[in-house]
Structures are given as C-alpha cells and as structure tokens.
Design a protein around this ligand. Structure first.
Ligand code: MF3
Ligand code: CO
Ligand code: CO
Length: 251
C-alpha cells in the first residue's frame, strides 16, 4: 500500500530531507585521503544528534552503524570501520538517512578521493546523471516504470549494468515503504504516480557488464559486485508534485 502524504506530512518530509542533505554537505570536506569510514560515521552520528534527529540505519534490521560507506567494488551497505581508510583513487558512496520528527530523509552520493582515473570519473558522473534522468521522468499521471525506463535508456549505451537486487523505495514514517522503485525497465512498476507520493531514486550502477551482486557471508551486510568491477550510486528522496518531482534532499 502506497501512503500518500498530506500537507503536514510533506512539510515534515521536507525538513527531514533537508537535514539529510545538510549532513552529506557537512561530511564532504572530511571525505579525503587518509580518513577512515568510522570517522565519517562518528561525525554523522554527532551531527544528526545535534540537530535533534536520529540515524535510521543504526540497528535497522541489525545494521551496526549510523551510515553506509561503500568503497570501490562495494555496491551498498558497507559498514563503517576503523580498518577502512580512504585512499587517493578510491570512490566511496556515503548513504545517510535521518529521522526527524518521525519522518525519514534518505540521500547518498559517490565521492572521488583525490585523483581518480578518467574512466572512473566518467563512470561516477554518468551514474549521477542516470539518477537525474530517473527523477526527470517523474510526472503525476505517468507510470512509475518511466523512471527505470529512462535510466536504462541513458545508461545502456556505456556497457555498464544496472543493479536489480536493490531498488528505490517509498519513504515516510517508515524507512522503506511501498512502492519498490526499479532502476531498470520492468512492467512490475505499472503504478500511476500521484501527487503526495514520496520515494527514493537511487540507482546502483556497476561499471562492468554484470548486474550480479553478492552479500558478505561474514558480516551479512556488505554487498559487492560479483565480477569485482566498481559500483557507484547516487540517491535522492523526492516528492511527486502537480507538475513533476520536488527533490527533498537538496539544499
Ligand atoms: N540507506 C539505504 C537505502 O537507501 C538503506 C540502508 S539500510 C541499512 O535504502 F541497514 F544498511 F542501513
Ligand atoms: Co539510502
Ligand atoms: Co534509500
């Protein structure tokens, strides 16, 4: 069941989304060569608490930390650790979700550390563009599957692949609500978009030609590409409006 948000709920979603965006911007100057992902986690926890919010990932289905940090071939759900030191040439996705006044704001970006090679830079930039292509396809009255269709149309030409095992999601009082938002084209998303829907668009793109991923058997969370290729992701929480989408996780 898709929960349509009323005006009061929309205002709270705007505030939560804005705080999540502010958190990513707060972290940005620290995302540099030599920093550990645990340090970024701890900065996030403090910032979130200082703003009267909570970190949604912490203890979510047993997740042990406040944010997800996914380096290079890690697709998503990387666990911050003092052993993971960011190095020049790495790419890292930082995914933050806050709960403010009972509502969630969920956003992520892939950062490049120092100098990354040109092919990698291009890949990361195209992944961001793919997310915006998906968001641009959102219009009330249209089908939700336009999102995946438009991402697939754009990303198809590069020889990359769109991860299928993880999707965007409705969001509100709950972290993950209906609907599932596929980032590739599938008829499963034959849902009419309506004003007041809030969901995420968060394509995970593998640089190689396989969309297959696997989950670590030791920590139960870390998802990696099966072919060892790089994976990038960008995420925004959006609201369907009368004429398109409003990005809630943007400053
Ligand atoms: N923030 C992720 C998303 O975009 C979910 C992380 S779940 C966690 O949906 F448990 F790993 F935190
Ligand atoms: Co997220
Ligand atoms: Co999400």
């Amino acid at each position: 069941m898709i929960r349509i948000k009323n005006n009061g709920e929309i205002e709270k979603m705007r505030k939560a989304g804005r705080l999540a965006a502010q958190l990513l911007t707060h972290l940005e100057p620290y995302v540099k060569d030599g920093v550990t992902t645990l340090y970024l986690n701890d900065l996030s926890a403090v910032f979130t608490r200082m703003h009267g919010a909570a970190s949604a990932p912490l203890n979510y289905r047993g997740f042990p930390k406040s944010i997800c940090t996914s380096i290079n071939n890690v697709v998503c759900h990387g666990i911050p650790s003092e052993n993971d030191v960011l190095r020049n040439g790495d790419i890292v996705n930082i995914d933050v979700t806050v709960i403010l006044n009972g509502f969630h704001g969920d956003t992520s970006r892939t950062f490049m550390i120092g100098e990354v090679d040109r092919k990698t830079e291009e890949f990361v930039q195209r992944t961001e563009k793919a997310m915006y292509r998906g968001i641009d396809a959102i219009k009330p009255g249209k089908y939700l599957h336009e999102v995946g269709k438009s991402i697939e149309k754009y990303i198809g030409k590069f020889g990359y692949s769109i991860v299928r095992d993880y999707t965007g999601h409705g969001i509100g009082r709950k972290f993950h609500e209906d609907p599932q938002v596929f980032h590739h084209f599938t008829k499963e998303n034959k849902i009419r978009l309506r004003r007041g829907m809030t969901f995420t668009v968060e394509p995970m793109i593998n640089m190689g030609n396989s969309y297959n991923v696997k989950t670590s058997r030791s920590d139960g969370w870390t998802v990696t590409t099966t072919d060892g290729s790089l994976s990038a992701q960008f995420e925004h929480t959006i609201l369907v409006t009368d004429n398109g989408a409003e990005i809630l996780t943007q400053l």
